[in-house]
Design a protein around this ligand. Structure first.
Ligand SMILES: NC(=O)c1ccc[n+]([C@@H]2O[C@H](COP(=O)([O-])OP(=O)(O)OC[C@H]3O[C@@H](n4cnc5c(N)ncnc54)[C@H](O)[C@@H]3O)[C@@H](O)[C@H]2O)c1
Length: 251
């Protein structure tokens, strides 16, 4: 996988999946603009890869902050080849009649509108280079929803639709746009999908792991492997694809 000298932007870089995606890009010689609201967990990587890593604190729901973060990455690292939209928030399972408009809008803002904002900001750089790869992390729950995750599933469905719309729009510029649907993954977020919004004892084991035909929760590494593959020339004929990395949960 040839990724040395490439420049990647990773959102949600301080989270369970995002940090592993950042690490794997850095290990393969790529430079990274790592964007997150919470950047404390990225300090060790910043110390280890001072030349390759730019850490940017940014609220992805704020239009100006997103534009600033993308510009800062391009100015510091010279170009933008890859955008991995990993940031997201969960929804505590809630019956539709109890979902507030504020909660609906907050989930949409981070899980789908932020993907629009980052994509819009990187495309001019990619068009100029006549190459680019955008990877959006959606969710297998779009195909296999769990009850009460109404806003979350809708937000990820919008991201998959945007992925396909941009794939056709940007193909003439050799910019590929793909999505990954993770199954239940072993990160902090998983417990946040329960009705109480926090991991309830053995929920991970009893509800989530047992729902995966291959019998294990998805690791952040498994998602990162797919992000790197879709970023690389190995996937040069893939665009508009939605790849399940879900241990068979979507079957
Ligand atoms: N964990 C799962 O089971 C699972 C399953 C399917 C899909 N996903 C998706 O995978 C992606 C990564 O999830 P994760 O499990 O690593 O979760 P996580 O909670 O560990 O990481 C998410 C990151 O997004 C960041 N973020 C949230 N709102 C932000 C904002 N407004 N501005 C900037 N950063 C913000 C958080 O600070 C956090 O670091 C998400 O898009 C999630 O919806 C997760």
């Amino acid at each position: 996988m040839e990724l040395a000298k490439k420049v990647a932007i990773v959102t949600g870089a301080g989270g369970g999946m995002g940090k592993v995606v950042v690490e794997q890009f850095l290990e393969r010689g790529a430079s990274v603009g790592a964007i997150d609201l919470h950047i404390d967990g990225l300090e060790d990587l910043a110390g280890k890869y001072p030349q390759q890593l730019v850490v940017i604190q940014c609220n992805l729901t704020d239009e100006k902050s997103v534009e600033h973060a993308i510009k800062k990455t391009a100015e510091n690292l010279g170009r933008i080849d890859i955008l991995a939209n990993v940031a997201g928030i969960a929804q505590a399972a809630t019956d539709i009649e109890h979902v507030s408009l504020a909660d609906w809008e907050r989930i949409m803002a981070i899980n789908s509108t932020a993907v629009f904002l980052t994509s819009r900001a990187v495309v001019p750089y990619m068009k100029q280079q006549k190459s680019g790869s955008i990877i959006n992390i959606a969710s297998v729950s779009v195909d296999r929803p769990r009850p009460g995750l109404n806003a979350y599933v809708a937000s990820k469905g919008a991201t998959i639709s945007l992925t396909k719309a941009l794939a056709i729009e940007l193909a003439p510029y050799n910019i590929r746009v793909n999505a990954i649907n993770p199954g239940p993954a072993d990160t902090k977020m998983l417990g946040e999908f329960t009705a109480s919004g926090s991991d309830e004892g053995d929920t991970k084991e009893n509800i989530f792991r047992k729902s995966v035909p291959l019998g294990e929760l998805i690791t952040p590494e498994a998602i990162a492997n797919c992000v790197l593959y879709l970023s690389s020339d190995l996937a040069k004929m893939m665009t508009g694809s939605v790849v399940n990395v879900d241990g068979g949960r979507g079957i």
